[in-house]
Design a protein around this ligand. Structure first.
Ligand code: 7PM
Length: 304
């Protein structure tokens, strides 16, 4: 791997949590990324101290449940959400990242699209950047390159405030794939390492249920692009529509999709329910190990 002066100066290469994350990304076991929202709507009991404390307790719990990564987000990207200022986003996420880094050994990703937040978050201890805008904002590509950490590039059509107003594609899988290919090429051209790039079709981000289902069906093809694939479907509205259930009753549907995603070659599951998803991954791994044993014998049998 190439180490530029900027990269080494960020210190991210030397951090044990970043090394641990990189090793896990190169492993075959799917990783569980626990969601930690630090938007006021998720921890809305007033004082900053209380919300910091609650966020840390939640991170602790997810780490104990076996989360491989904690995804810290301070910008609500929920459909219809308004934009958040950089100062506000920093005020929300930096104390949480510092506290997790102080108290836990779990790798942290920063869910942001802003170059300034990427820099500050990685300086505060974040080990990965998760960008729903795939480094398209001003300065984000350069900031991510200089941060020197793995990056998740997600596809989103439009902006959160309006993205669910009649999303339209002629070939949703082809269009999402060529978008991601273009963003991967931009990262490679900027000097980032291919092994550090993760791609994500962006379920629910400017997509109808039919689009989401087509993308989910195409996950094996995304996996064949040769980069780690991340999937975020936990409690999302596609499950609400299929099941006709509110967000707090979508666990079973989320777990069904988690298992199917692993079977389709997905490497990272971004979820709310860490303990349950870790069990799903363990069951899938047991099945995979059994297949690895069975396959040679079966093919021998076929040859005989
Ligand atoms: C309301 C609706 C609040 C949806 C939050 C959300 C993804 C992500 C989100 C994803 C990656 C959520 C979403 N979703 N980052 N951030 N992939 N990489 O369910 O699918 O958390 S926000």
């Amino acid at each position: 791997m190439k180490h530029t002066a900027e990269r080494t100066s960020s210190g991210a290469d030397d951090r044990p949590t970043t090394a641990r994350l990189r090793a896990a990304l190169r492993d075959t076991r799917p990783l569980v990324m626990g969601i930690l929202n630090v938007t006021p709507d998720s921890f809305s009991d007033g004082g900053r101290f209380t919300s910091l404390d609650r966020a840390l307790r939640h991170a602790e719990r997810m780490a104990a449940e076996g989360a491989d990564i904690i995804d810290v987000g301070g910008e609500s990207t929920r459909p219809g959400a308004q934009a958040v200022s950089e100062a506000e986003e920093l005020e929300r996420v930096i104390p949480v990242i510092e506290a997790i880094r102080r108290e836990l050994a779990v790798p942290v990703s920063i869910d942001t699209s802003k170059a300034g937040v990427m820099c500050e978050a990685v300086a505060a201890g974040a080990d990965m950047i998760n960008d729903v805008r795939a480094l398209r904002e001003a300065g984000a590509l350069a900031a991510a390159r200089e941060a020197g950490v793995p990056v998740c590039l997600m596809h989103m059509r439009g902006e959160p405030r309006t993205m669910q107003q009649a999303p339209d594609y002629t070939d949703v899988c082809g269009e999402v794939m060529s978008f991601l290919r273009e963003r991967v090429d931009a990262c490679l051209a900027a000097g980032m390492a291919r092994e550090d790039l993760v791609i994500d079709p962006g379920f629910g981000f400017g997509k109808t249920l039919a689009h989401n289902l087509a993308l989910f069906q195409a996950l094996p093809a995304f996996s064949r692009m040769g980069l780690a694939v991340l999937v975020g479907v936990s409690r999302k509205s596609m499950l609400g529509t299929i099941l006709d259930r509110p967000a707090d009753e979508r666990l079973h549907g989320s777990l069904a999709l988690a298992a199917l995603a692993v079977r389709a070659g997905v490497r990272i599951l971004r979820v709310h329910d860490v303990a349950a998803t870790v069990d799903v991954v363990r069951v899938c791994m047991a099945l995979q190990a059994a297949e690895a044993c069975a396959t040679p014998k079966e093919s021998q049998g076929e040859q005989a």
